[in-house]
Design a protein around this ligand. Structure first.
Ligand SMILES: Cc1cc2nc3c(=O)[nH]c(=O)nc-3n(C[C@H](O)[C@H](O)[C@H](O)COP(=O)(O)OP(=O)(O)OC[C@H]3O[C@@H](n4cnc5c(N)ncnc54)[C@H](O)[C@@H]3O)c2cc1C
Length: 355
């Protein structure tokens, strides 16, 4: 593409940036995604699972039905566009770790919103240890995230909409109306930089609370499992006898590198889940862009009208990104108001002018 003028620049090509690109493309907008193709990002190491039930309290995710619906729709379209399958429907078999967990689950069944997503009487046979019982989470699955990211980045690159480059904000010049960078001119910028938000002088004041995660790839020849298994950690079938195991949640950490203790902890948890020999073949880590109130951050900069953020996807990037990208796209293009739970406006008190 010869034209160096774009309506939008998207900084960052992880789950957030690419879903944003997908929706701007559908809206017929001219945009450019810049990404450094780092192989160790949160988006690339993630298991890509989507699960309408969250956390130890087993609560139903905010807007679960709408999130799942947009996720299915977008990935069906994405698969048609790219001619590759990335989307895997796979229920989660979740085993209780103790009697309390089982009792808490039984109490949750009184809530229809919760009950619709679980099968408490699952009769599936599995290798997962389940001396306290188990249940099935319905409507869950996973996306082959790294494959999808690479394929969609290549697709956009062929369309002249993707640039493989390390972007520096020092080189970005606001010209009043537009943004000027190298030989490019952008009318708007949408910042999707994940945990590296702190390198962005316009949004580094936001109250992120980052969370490192580690995963293993294991080879477990005796396990023939197409369900996602969960007991403390999850185990997701990748291909042949290879499974992804994860993840850790580390709120205090020094850097993004995998650690020996992280590996040992995950190995122990696999042993608590299955009674089969396995071999660790890879060990990866990433940093989740988690926020103080655990909700995503979307919207327009408090003082600059052609600057936006789409970040804070936290532990649930895959479930949330399609719906939120569609939502932000309608907000920017059609002035549709943002839901207050995810709007940047809730953090305006942290902003001081000059950023
Ligand atoms: C171990 C682990 C397991 C996870 N498992 C799941 C899961 O099963 N399901 C789920 O939904 N979520 C999961 N997550 C969370 C999920 O990965 C995140 O919510 C999501 O990836 C965040 O996406 P993002 O695009 O905001 O950020 P990122 O993935 O960090 O992407 C940002 C991109 O911007 C690029 N970038 C940033 N700054 C620059 C710059 N200056 N120049 C060029 N490029 C730049 C980065 O290199 C990167 O490619 C997991 C996370 C981890 C760490």
């Amino acid at each position: 593409m010869e034209n160096k003028n774009f309506e939008f620049l998207i900084t960052g090509g992880g789950i957030a940036g690419l879903m944003m690109a997908f929706h701007l493309r559908k809206a017929g907008k001219r945009f450019l995604v810049i990404d450094n193709k780092n192989e160790k990002t949160s988006s690339k190491v993630a298991a890509g699972m989507f699960n309408p039930i969250s956390g130890k309290r087993m609560s139903v995710n905010w807007k679960a039905e709408e999130l799942l619906s947009q996720l299915h729709q977008d990935f069906q379209e994405m698969e048609n566009l790219l001619g590759v399958n990335f989307f895997v429907n796979a229920n989660i078999l979740q085993a209780f770790g103790n009697v309390k967990e089982s009792n808490d689950f039984m109490a949750r069944l009184d809530f229809p919103a919760f009950k619709q997503y679980v099968d408490a009487d699952s009769t599936v046979t599995s290798a997962i240890k389940n001396e306290f019982g188990l249940f099935e989470v319905l409507g869950s699955g996973w996306v082959k995230t790294a494959e999808w990211i690479n394929a969609f980045q290549d697709f956009l690159s062929n369309e002249g909409r993707f640039l493989h480059e390390q972007f520096s904000w020092n080189e970005m010049i606001p010209t009043g109306k537009n943004w000027h960078w190298k030989n490019y001119e952008f009318e708007n910028i949408i910042c999707c930089e994940g945990y590296q938000y702190d390198q962005n002088p316009y949004f580094n004041w936001l109250p992120f609370k980052l969370c490192k995660g580690q995963v293993l790839l294991i080879d477990c020849k005796g396990l023939n499992e197409k369900y996602i298994l969960k007991r403390g950690v999850y185990l997701v079938h990748q291909y042949d006898s290879i499974y992804k195991v994860g993840a850790s949640y580390e709120w205090d950490f020094e850097d993004a590198a995998p650690t020996a203790i992280g590996k040992e902890t995950l190995i122990e948890k696999v042993k608590q889940m299955i009674d089969l020999p396995f071999e660790v073949i890879d060990h990866l880590a990433g940093i989740r862009p988690t926020t103080r109130d655990r909700a995503a951050i979307l919207g327009q900069h408090p003082a600059i009208s052609n600057l936006y953020i789409f970040n804070g996807l936290g532990t649930k990037g895959m479930l949330q990104a399609p719906f939120l990208a569609a939502h932000l796209s309608k907000h920017i293009l059609n002035a549709m108001p943002l839901h207050k739970e995810i709007s940047l406006q809730r953090f305006h008190q942290f902003y001081t002018s000059g950023h």
